[in-house]
Design a protein around this ligand. Structure first.
Ligand SMILES: C[S@@+](CC[C@H](N)C(=O)[O-])C[C@H]1O[C@@H](n2cnc3c(N)ncnc32)[C@H](O)[C@@H]1O
Length: 300
């Protein structure tokens, strides 16, 4: 296990993932019923952007750095930015929340968080960072086992984030397996899978496998900052979302063009479409399928 998220915290992929996560959590809190938030590959939860790992790459400056400095920011960013603001002084952007801290900040007293991090040092840091919150349980085992180890939980609503480091060749396949396991245990599980986009051709099999998964509904949202044809670098990232909350698709349709414009480093872009669309009774045999939405290419 060589990957340490501290080198990448706050980069373009983190901003995209965390902003969408913040929207999902915000939409979930519109109903009183509690939810369980599960994070199979949680990282340490909180990052210091002035520490040596973050300064060595400086990736955050092209991610949250750009968003923080943007003159006008859509209101849909409010909850995400509130969380960051609560960690920092007005003078300096120093601390950046990982997915566990963001989920902790946006959750209510009735919600529960189940976090898992396998790296020995990062697992210990995560435990330390979360120690004062009784709603949080930290596990330090195998992330791929989380759905079968924990589901079903007492809470009827489940949000599972699967965010592995992609150090191993089989991790896309394992994401689909974990999705299917979660759906088999709790049919309405809201599962979010993050994946890197280098060359789009590398993802063909992943998309096919997802299309054949047992999820009732699967939304795909992607954001790239360079053209997606270079297997040597991280050009963008994607999120697969099963059973997205009502309203999320429209919110992402508003957010993605803005984000792509802010974060593009050469030719950026975005895509939003359904890999599995809910089967509806057909009103007319000629009623058109919902069209995928995508950018025409955004230059910076
Ligand atoms: C991309 S980072 C997670 C970032 C975090 N979800 C966030 O958004 O702030 C992936 C994490 O998975 C951990 N990890 C790697 N292999 C794992 C495994 N098999 N089970 C659980 N965690 C693992 C790594 O140590 C790393 O902290």
């Amino acid at each position: 296990m060589n990957y340490r998220h501290a080198f990448h915290a706050g980069n373009h992929a983190d901003v995209f993932k965390h902003l969408v996560l913040a929207r999902i959590l915000t939409l979930l809190t519109r109903k009183e019923a509690p939810y369980a938030y599960l994070d199979s590959h949680a990282g340490v939860g909180l990052y210091d952007l002035t520490a040596s790992q973050a300064t060595r790459t400086g990736e955050w400056q092209q991610g949250i750095g750009r968003i923080w400095d943007a003159p006008e920011r859509p209101a849909l960013l409010n909850e995400y930015l509130d969380c960051i603001q609560a960690l920092n002084t007005p003078e300096q952007l120093r601390y950046y929340p990982g997915s566990p801290e963001l989920a902790r900040y946006l959750s209510r007293p009735q919600d529960r968080l189940y976090l898992n991090e396998k790296h020995p040092e990062d697992g210990a840091l995560l435990k330390e960072n979360m120690r004062q919150d009784e709603r949080v349980a930290v596990h330090r085992g195998e992330g791929w086992h989380l759905p079968r180890a924990l589901l079903p939980v007492a809470e009827k609503r489940v949000l599972l984030l699967i965010d592995p480091p992609f150090e191993q060749a089989d991790e896309l396949t394992r994401c689909v397996q974990a999705l299917n396991e979660a759906i088999a245990r709790v049919r309405q599980s809201l599962v979010v899978i993050w994946y890197p986009i280098k060359a789009e051709a590398q993802l063909k099999r992943f998309y096919q496998d997802l299309g054949q998964s047992t999820a009732p509904k699967l939304l795909r949202a992607e954001l790239w900052i360079h053209p997606t044809d270079n297997a040597e670098r991280l050009n963008g990232s994607g999120l697969i979302i099963s059973n997205p909350p009502w309203g999320l698709e429209e919110e992402l349709a508003e957010l993605l063009p803005w984000l792509a414009t802010q974060l593009a480093q050469s030719q950026g872009g975005w895509r939003l479409d359904w890999l599995i669309e809910e089967s509806k009774p057909q009103t007319s045999p000629n009623s058109p399928a919902r069209k995928p939405r995508t950018s025409q290419g955004i230059k910076r």
